[in-house]
Write a protein that binds this ligand. Sequence first.
Ligand code: DC
Length: 217
Amino acid sequence: MINIALDGPAGSGKSTIAKAISKKLNILYLDTGAMYRAFGLMAYRCGVDAKNAVEVEKILPLVDIKVKYVDGAQRTYLGDEDVSEKIRENHVSMLASAVSAHQCVREKLVELQREIALGTDCVLDGRDIGTHVLPNANYKFYVTASLEERTDRRYKELVAKGHTVDKDALKEEIATRDYNDSHRKFAPLRQADDAVYLDTSNMTAEEVVDFVISRIK
Ligand code: DC
C-alpha cells in the first residue's frame, strides 16, 4: 500500500503535482481541500456563518459529501449534486478555510479521507495529511512557494477560467487564509517532522514532479 502526503499552503502547486504523480504511478488522487470547499459551499447555501462553530455544528447532520472517480478524476458531490466546478469559485476558498477550523467538521471529513486512503494506493493533498490524517504515510512532502509566486499562480489560474480578479485583493486573501489555516487549534497547517521540504518558487511543475518521483523511487 502506498500513501503519499502532500501538504502546504494555498497555491503552492500541490494539486498540479498530485495529479501528475497519480497519473505517473497510476494511483488515486484525493483532493481533500475539495471536501472542505464542498462543506463551505453547503454552509453558505444554508445561510450559516461559516466562522460560527455552533451554527456550523447544526448543519453537520445535513452535510452529505461524497467523492467519485470519473475517468480517473475526482468529482465532488453534495448529496446528488456534482459541485466540482462550483467549489472552485474564489469566494468558496475563504468559506472552506473558515469551516475547516471547526473540530466537528474536521472529524467528519478526516474519517472519510482515511476510509478512502487506507483502502487504496493514493496521493493526497491538503494541510494536515502528514501530521494528522495519515501520520504513517510512506512518503510526505511539504510543498511551498513565496506569497508572490503563489498569488501569481492562482491569479493566472482564475484568469484562464475567465474570472476578473483584483490581484492585490487575491494576495491579501491568500495571506489571510494561510494565517487562519496555520493558526487554528485543530490540526493546523504544519510541516510533519518527517516530511521533505520543497520550495517550488523557482521550479517548474515538471521539475517538482520529477523531484518527488525521484524521492519515491
Ligand atoms: O487546498 P484548498 O485550497 O482547496 O483548500 C481549501 C481550504 O480547506 C484551505 O484553506 C484549508 C482547508 N483544508 C484543510 O483545512 N485541510 C485539508 N486537508 C485541506 C484543506
